[in-house]
Design a protein around this ligand. Structure first.
Ligand code: ADP
Ligand code: MG
Length: 408
């Protein structure tokens, strides 16, 4: 519990656990002591009653006196403190009681109280590792110290028992915790999917609305450029920026659409050659070479434009990872019924913590990025029943491999 932020649902859960804890605490305390100190000695024809010289019934009265404090802490919204207070009170009373009874006597002192086991067994119910360690170590230390003070080997029995019970509690606690973790991650996953669905719907709606005004804006800008022949400074920038908005809108449209368009058989090499011919002029300016080695018999059943988009995205990312130039290589090979196509760069690589975040919408490390490229790529590949994998080494480069079924 302690590792979570305070949250009303969790506080409520803790209150439920605490109530259960307190009810069973008193239900065990009273009958156990009655059986232990009255019933068993009675049938064994021994002396009946609580040991003389100790706290006697005050032991129980003190523990019952804690109830108002517990109620107060629940009211104050701090139920997580109650279990520790009971633990401290119990240990202190027990030690005081034992010292009062056995200090200075030759009498062999009685072994542990069943409530100690009970405390340890409650840590899975509180789903709290901290409580588990406090209980286990606390009781273990208590017995070590008592054993030393009274110079008695009798403590070894409860110590062994505590280790045994602690092991069981530990197993239960771990099961509960890993179960809770699994549930949480499923929930997170669902939330992420829901978020994507909402983003998708919004994206398509907005993208549709933007597309028409954008194309007339582009048309009129081009007209204006023809009219203003003398001014070549701003028009290219304006057109470029309009194209950029258009590219983002297209990404959003792909993300929002539930299904791809028509799939037709296309040669992989044609797609790659087309994409490279579009990108090559930009690559040249940045001193980047694009090499490709693609088998020219590979045919994919695909939506051509979307497949072009995939390679544009991947090659652009590869180029953007190499600000000082280098080589991007596109390679394909046949793997049974799959075509395995990789785009490799010699760029900066991707740190593991960022690798985990890729695929989240709008996650980007670039000033001019929009963080949609990889998502779009992944979505297109998935819709073509393919898989998508990134391998990266810092400062060495990145290799993105996609596998797509070939059209035999
Ligand atoms: P954008 O390119 O707009 O940032 P992407 O979805 O295409 O969005 O990529 C998301 C992030 O993944 C990038 O910002 C970058 O940090 C990282 N990334 C993607 N491809 C590569 C690559 N080849 N080398 C290094 N980092 C990359
Ligand atoms: Mg990109």
């Amino acid at each position: 519990m302690e590792t979570f932020k305070k949250n009303s649902v969790l506080v409520y859960e803790e209150v439920k656990a605490v109530k259960f804890f307190l009810w069973t605490f008193y239900i065990i305390l009273v009958p156990y002591d009655f059986v232990y100190y009255y019933l068993v000695p009675y049938f064994n024809k021994q002396e009946v009653g609580l040991p003389l010289g100790g706290l006697g019934f005050f032991f129980h009265i003190f523990l019952f006196a804690l109830i108002p404090l517990a109620i107060y802490l629940v009211k104050k919204g701090q139920p997580e403190k109650i279990k520790y207070i009971y633990f401290i009170a119990f240990v202190m009373l027990d030690v005081v009681n034992n010292v009062m009874i056995y200090w200075g006597t030759k009498e062999q002192f009685g072994t542990g109280h069943v409530l100690e086991i009970y405390f340890i067994l409650f840590s899975p119910i509180f789903v709290s590792s901290r409580f588990f360690w406090t209980m286990s170590i606390g009781f273990f230390v208590k017995y070590s110290i008592t054993g030393l003070i009274f110079q008695s080997g009798a403590v070894l029995v409860p110590m062994g028992l505590i280790i045994f019970i602690a092991a069981i509690a530990w197993i239960l606690l771990n099961r509960f915790q890993s179960y809770v973790k699994a549930i949480t991650s499923i929930f997170e996953d669902l939330r992420q999917k829901e978020k994507l669905a909402v983003i998708g719907q919004m994206a398509t709606a907005i993208a549709h609305e933007i597309k028409n005004p954008l194309s007339s804006l582009k048309g009129f800008t081009q007209l204006q450029q023809e009219k203003d022949k003398g001014d070549e400074q701003y028009y290219p920038i304006m057109l470029n920026e309009i194209d950029r908005i258009n590219a983002i809108v297209n990404d959003l449209l792909i993300l929002g659409k539930p299904n791809t368009g028509v799939k037709t058989p296309k040669k992989l090499i044609d797609i790659i050659q087309y994409v490279i011919s579009v990108i090559d002029p930009h690559a040249h300016r940045r001193e980047i070479q694009i090499k490709y080695q693609v088998d020219d018999s590979t045919v994919l059943l695909c939506d051509e434009n979307q497949m072009k988009q995939v390679f544009i995205n991947l090659i652009k990312n590869a180029m953007e990872a190499m600000p000082n130039g280098g080589t991007v290589s596109v390679q394909s090979k046949i793997d049974g019924s799959l075509a395995s196509i990789s785009v490799t760069d010699e760029g900066c690589g991707i740190p593991p913590e960022i690798l985990a975040k890729l695929g989240e919408p709008f996650y980007t490390t670039k000033q001019n990025g929009n963080g949609l490229g990889l998502m779009v790529t992944k979505k297109i590949i998935e819709e073509h029943e393919g898989t998508f994998n990134i391998e990266s080494q810092l400062e060495k480069g990145t290799c993105v491999t996609i596998q797509l079924p070939i059209n035999a």
